[in-house]
Design a protein around this ligand. Sequence first.
Ligand SMILES: Cc1cc2nc3c(=O)[nH]c(=O)nc-3n(C[C@H](O)[C@H](O)[C@H](O)COP(=O)(O)OP(=O)(O)OC[C@H]3O[C@@H](n4cnc5c(N)ncnc54)[C@H](O)[C@@H]3O)c2cc1C
Length: 273
Amino acid sequence: MDQDHIKKYSELPTVLKIKRIVQENPTVRTFYFDYELGSKPGQFVMLWLPGVDEIPISIAYDNGKEFALTICKVGSMTEKIFELIEGDQLGIRGPYGTYFNFKAGDKIALVAGGYGAAPLYNLAHEAVAAGCEVDFIIGARSKDNLVYIERLEVLDNVHLHIATNDGSAGFKGYTTVILADLLKEKKIDHIMSCGPEMMMKAVGKIGDDAGVNTQLSVERYMKCGFGVCGQCTLDPLGIRTCVSGPVMNNKILNMLEEFGSYHRDDVGKKQYF
Ligand SMILES: Cc1cc2nc3c(=O)[nH]c(=O)nc-3n(C[C@H](O)[C@H](O)[C@H](O)COP(=O)(O)OP(=O)(O)OC[C@H]3O[C@@H](n4cnc5c(N)ncnc54)[C@H](O)[C@@H]3O)c2cc1C
């Protein structure tokens, strides 16, 4: 990594006021900010709450003037973020990382699980604007855990497929069943996925079997977000998720024995899925 890269990305956080908060479901909220972030779908920011923590969050929307982050309340930092109200401030660094790649007019299948629906909504929004046709497969445990459905329903050229484990909405079962059926029905240029790692591992296998380019968004514990600290390296290649990812081609992921097997926690200890 050259000095210019480090200088460009190691700037102090930009402090922004929360413009609007949308409650998506009991544990997920979207925070909007007025700011020219200039991100591409799949990238992330490091979100800073002074005195608490700094965490990576994917960009859920960016129209050039305003951007949004969709956050799931899971632990100490995200609980504190949920105490904030409109007008309160947060710091951001970024955008960082790789992004999803497609060409105008491509046929794309997106597979989202949990809050992974938010960055894939951002991608769908950009892809249809570029004349792509999108099949958006979204999965959750039950109807109440689904997010972004209303936003997706109004996007032209997006065919929405819903899967829930308990059958309370859409197909009863996994997103991967819908993906496998879709690939039998129509030609798809790219599969792109964001969600629980075991779901993405299965998506990658389906993509490989069908010979379709597959791009997956990998989550690892991150500290700096721009390649300096080495916290998010992946075994055995030693590539850093924050600069070689989060979006990676499945050809690379197939060489990473830890993908779909384990991740490392804040002190580097292996945690098996
Ligand atoms: C590239 C990337 C994009 C992400 N995008 C989103 C998103 O759009 N929305 C969202 O809700 N979450 C997202 N996450 C996950 C989010 O960063 C963690 O859920 C968050 O850090 C939890 O913090 P906590 O203190 O509330 O929870 P904790 O109780 O500290 O941890 C809960 C879980 O989050 C993981 N985690 C904690 N800190 C980090 C960190 N610094 N880096 C990575 N994982 C961490 C822990 O390993 C644990 O599995 C993303 C993670 C990555 C790596």
